[in-house]
Design a binder for this molecule. Structure first.
Ligand SMILES: Nc1ncnc2c1ncn2[C@@H]1O[C@H](COP(=O)(O)OP(=O)(O)OP(=O)(O)O)[C@@H](O)[C@H]1O
Ligand SMILES: [Mg+2]
Length: 463
């Protein structure tokens, strides 16, 4: 480990249909005289000459011999930032490096290569061979104990030697998100294991599994999931849709978040671009099947409103490309909340003329931008609402959610404000300023290493 932070690295990519990475280009990060970080990326000439070369980002980093430069996002291009650890991973890496504020390049280089998407990073011009082995589902109990200790900022358990932390907990740090997690393998492939936290208000693992099941019943395409009991606690395993196990190794899909597609950031100033309507426009522009993908996005927006998932920030939506063409990834990280207000709840992203109001009229107000005829959009909402009302409880019980936890989450589903006429609805206290009444802003990324966004009032805050 060096104390000097590196200033540049190579960016590798695993091309469609391949299991070994190749070098795509070079990324350099510098700070100018005024202290502003500037990132530069250039594709390698030999990469551009490949017949099967694909762009890292279909909008911001199109295939070209130009050198791209950015001062946004601390100089890290969105497609690279999406492959970088988020709150949870950064916390583990900080402990591993023994540094409070590692640089952005250190986060890229020290997070393991099981990151979301098809990219990798390294200091050698030639990429290393992909890692042959992953943690097995059998290791979950050990990982959970370490995750608990890190989440509680405690000393690690006595048997958790430094090496074990490195081997076990670093796996998964590059996956993003705030919740403790790890990546594990079984015969079907790779899974993200999301651990319950001791301070969870309900059994999050079982509730998340139930929401993915309910979403499928509402017609959404979702990640596959299951729950495993580990040392008396539950873990939800979400199958990775960006990896496919083959005889030769793992195929990898490219992945960019909606945050990148919207060219926005996790900052208050950027929140005016957090919008399903704007995202629909981008999805139509980039995806191979605009109508199908825009309709799927509309469904997700409505589903989030129907289960009061107000943590639907733009990192909880992504596009993937297994081959050359892009499409919406399966839905993931669907979590109900129970804000106090029964009249007005706001999603994290704008969803219609009345801003972020999770309300049927509002969702319908811009349905044309999702390429839906009004009658069709209305019918979709009506059918999803009926499905949520009539089956949320059965889905939850079938997923093993206890009677007590069902009671705790009951007020999340099809809340009264969903059907209130937009004119009658109480306006958000911060209306126009884009802050949800049911959310509290969380601390700044720069100050704490945490992401700027909106924490859930009842479920554990990311911080
Ligand atoms: N099934 C999946 N396959 C591939 N990548 C995934 C999958 N599920 C999630 N991801 C990626 O991992 C990241 C973290 O996952 P997730 O959003 O479930 O975690 P979280 O900690 O609950 O997030 P949050 O901070 O939003 O609460 C996502 O932002 C996404 O990039
Ligand atoms: Mg998430």
């Amino acid at each position: 480990m060096t104390s000097e932070a590196p200033a540049e690295c190579f960016v590798y990519i695993t091309l469609p249909g391949q299991t070994e990475p190749v070098t795509a280009g070079r990324f350099a990060l510098a700070v100018d005289r005024r202290g502003t970080p500037e990132g530069r990326f250039v594709y390698g000439r030999s990469y551009l000459e490949r017949a099967n070369a694909v762009a890292l980002d279909p909008v911001e980093l199109k295939l070209s011999p130009l050198t791209y430069a950015t001062a946004a996002l601390n100089g890290v291009f969105g497609a690279l930032r999406d492959a970088s650890p988020d709150y949870w991973g950064r916390r583990v890496i900080q402990r591993h490096l023994g540094k409070a504020q590692p640089g952005e390049l250190e986060y890229l280089l020290y997070s393991p290569d099981d990151r979301a998407g098809a990219l990798g990073f390294g200091l050698n011009q030639t990429p290393p061979a992909p890692k042959g082995s992953f943690n097995q589902t059998l290791d979950l109990a050990k990982m959970q104990a370490i995750a608990d200790a890190i989440a509680a900022d405690e000393e690690l358990p006595a048997d958790a030697a430094h090496e074990q932390v490195e081997n076990l907990m670093l796996i998964g740090t590059s996956m993003g998100g705030a919740r403790p997690k790890a990546v594990v393998e079984d015969e079907a492939g790779l899974w993200i294991a999301k651990f319950n936290r001791p301070d969870d208000t309900w059994n999050s693992a079982r509730v998340e599994h139930a929401m993915l099941t309910l979403a499928r019943a509402c017609g959404l395409s979702t990640a596959e999931s299951r729950v495993e009991g580990v040392a008396g606690r539950d873990v939800v395993l979400v199958k990775r849709f960006d990896r496919e196990r083959t005889q030769a190794g793992y195929l990898r899909a490219r992945m960019i978040s909606a945050l990148t597609l919207l060219r926005t950031e996790d900052t208050y100033q950027s929140r005016d671009k957090w919008s399903y309507v704007l995202l629909a426009e981008e999805v139509r522009r980039v995806c191979a099947d605009p109508a199908q993908n825009a309709a799927e996005l509309f469904r997700r927006m409505c589903f989030n409103a129907l289960i009061s998932n107000i943590d639907d920030h733009p990192r909880n939506h992504a596009l993937i490309a297994k081959e050359a063409e892009w499409k919406l990834s399966p839905a993931y990280d669907l979590t109900p909340t129970v804000p106090v207000s029964m009249d007005r709840r706001d999603l994290a992203m704008e969803c219609g003329d009345a801003g972020r109001f999770a309300n049927a009229d509002n969702l319908l107000s811009q349905s044309a931008r999702f390429l839906l005829k009004p009658g069709h959009a209305t019918a979709m909402i009506d059918a999803m609402e009926a499905q949520v009302r009539s089956t949320w409880y059965a889905s939850a019980r079938a997923a093993g959610v206890s009677e007590r936890d069902c009671e705790a989450i009951a007020r999340a589903f099809a809340y009264p404000g969903f059907r209130q006429s937009s004119e009658q609805a109480p306006s958000s206290r911060w209306h126009g300023g884009s802050t949800a009444p049911d959310c509290k802003p969380f601390r700044s990324f720069q100050a704490t290493g945490a992401r700027i966004g909106w924490s859930r009032p009842k479920t554990p805050s990311r911080f």
